[in-house]
Design a protein around this ligand. Structure first.
Ligand SMILES: NC(=O)c1ccc[n+]([C@@H]2O[C@H](COP(=O)([O-])OP(=O)(O)OC[C@H]3O[C@@H](n4cnc5c(N)ncnc54)[C@H](OP(=O)(O)O)[C@@H]3O)[C@@H](O)[C@H]2O)c1
Length: 253
């Protein structure tokens, strides 16, 4: 019983931003736990590689190209998943962009880009996937926010605002959809080594920052695996509207 609550056999999961970084890692973890996994991003070639890896490991995978900022592409992606698998049990809203800009240099287009990809994207995906989950009265939605939903750092205004808003959206959605047996939670990673930040952590400033973290290291991509399987499975059945921080103690300082 204890371990079987993590079993995702028979479940269908969508992971946005599943072509690389944390999304790829979470897709592999969900597949290993037994779910059929749909990886979604704008780059079909990279998605196909992830899907191939899952299949080579004995899992079931589908790669679908879609831009999460475009409602019609998300709707088409959901239709494709429904036609292929007939159900959607898990949505991981992971696609996102990072970056730093001082507010005095932040132009309108950049602000819009952060808010559109990091906030509007998850909202639209939740809406279109949620329609299917509501019909079956079950579902798990995991919004990948960030430690910057809570901690501060200069020049992170647009990114941090998008992620803080995503956590609050998570709470509202959890409230709205608890009546449909859909649990909605946020996963807030601290610094993890991915293509998004590889350059920064290789720099002197990046190394200095790592030394200020309580655990004095950044996360390894595979360290996100346990948390995503927990949030996607029956192991978290009584948890909704929560934000789970996975940050090596970053929120402590
Ligand atoms: N790495 C960290 O330290 C860290 C810390 C806290 C939170 N996070 C969050 O974790 C998530 C993943 O980060 P990561 O480090 O793995 O980033 P990454 O390596 O840059 O990957 C980002 C993913 O998002 C996809 N994506 C970007 N824009 C998209 C769009 N408009 N439509 C569809 N897909 C899109 C990218 O695929 P395509 O380019 O193929 O579209 C890629 O698969 C993000 O939400 C990020 O904010 C990361």
């Amino acid at each position: 019983m204890t371990l079987s609550v993590f079993d995702l056999s028979g479940k269908v999961a969508i992971v946005t931003g599943g072509s690389k970084g944390l999304g790829r890692e979470m897709a592999l973890a969900l597949a290993e736990a037994g779910a059929a996994v749909v990886v979604v991003s704008r780059t079909l070639e990279a998605l196909e590689k992830v899907a191939d890896t899952i299949r080579q490991q004995g899992g079931t995978a589908l790669a679908v190209a879609a831009d999460v900022t475009r409602a019609e592409q998300i709707e088409a992606m959901v239709a494709r998943v429904m036609a292929t698998f007939g159900q959607i049990d898990i949505l991981v809203n992971n696609a996102g962009i990072g970056g730093t800009t001082p507010v005095l240099e932040l132009d309108e287009a950049e602000w819009d880009r952060f808010l559109t990809v990091n906030l509007k994207g998850p909202v639209l995906c939740a809406k279109y996937v949620g329609r299917e989950m509501v019909k079956r009265r079950q579902g798990k939605i995991i919004n990948v926010a960030s430690v910057f939903a809570q901690v501060t750092a200069r020049y992170m205004g647009a990114y941090a605002a998008s992620k803080a808003a995503l956590v609050q959206f998570t709470r509202i959605l959890a409230l709205e959809w608890s009546r449909y047996n859909i649990q909605v939670n946020a996963l807030c990673p601290g610094y993890f080594a991915t293509p998004m930040n590889a350059e920064f952590f290789a720099s002197e400033a990046g190394q200095r920052l790592i030394q200020r973290l309580p655990m004095q290291r950044i996360g390894r991509p595979e360290e996100i695996r346990g948390a995503i399987v927990f949030l996607a499975s029956a192991a978290s059945s009584y948890m909704t509207g929560a934000a789970l921080y996975l940050d090596g103690g970053h929120t402590l300082v």
